[in-house]
Design a protein around this ligand. Sequence first.
Ligand SMILES: [Ca+2]
Ligand SMILES: [Ca+2]
Length: 265
Amino acid sequence: MLFSKKSVLIAALSTLATIGYAGSAHAINFTVTTGTTGLNGETNQGAFSEFSSLANTVTVDFNSGQVPSDGFAKYSFVGNGSSSVRADMWAPVGANGEKNDSNYLAVFNGKDVVIQLDDYLNYFGINWGAAHTGNIYSFYNGDSLVASFSTADIDAAGGFALYSPLHPGSNEDGAKLVNSKYYQGNGYVHFYSTSSDDIFNKIVISQVGGGGFETDNHSFHKGTGRFTGFDSKSVPEPSAALGMLAIGGVFLRKRKHRKSVELAS
Ligand SMILES: [Ca+2]
Ligand SMILES: [Ca+2]
């Protein structure tokens, strides 16, 4: 499915409107962290979700070189273009900015990735890397759009977790000026449902316009109600959890968990 700029704008505005209903809001919210190492401590495969080891969570790392076409999360490519699983310098970096040597998923304009889930989810996390204008996630319940998010939404909420010297860029959404050069955003982005009205069972990953949409280590958490993983008592790593509670749809962020990579000029 292709998204026009107008539809993206409408989606963004409706998201803002939803956040405006403090107290009664139900929505898919997101928060950005650096992510963490793989389950066995891997640091050269990009960043992984802090919830990777949570019960009822499935993680797809693309290391086989293909998208999974059966099992819990069924991926398919729709349209014409060069989207594929690949390994190159644009792979999303690790939690401390380490180079990712593994295969990852790259999506380009015209060829979407559709992920059909066997069950309802209340959480979807991705290692989002080398961020560009026009990277878009859309969450569906059946054929009904629940919410859609773009690179600009991440910027508006405070930006990515780190800006990698491995990913030089230009002045556009998802990038940041560091020592007079632009670098592209990387981080682990957690999308989650705040009520049973906002669970989802289909995800579409799209790129509108030039540049690629690079992601790795997708984590899916099954659930039919509000995602409770960010509640302080149930977070696996307390250090990563503080400040990520959503209150009335508004995020409180703990700035010290954001990192800007220090770069030499
Ligand atoms: Ca990978
Ligand atoms: Ca990109």
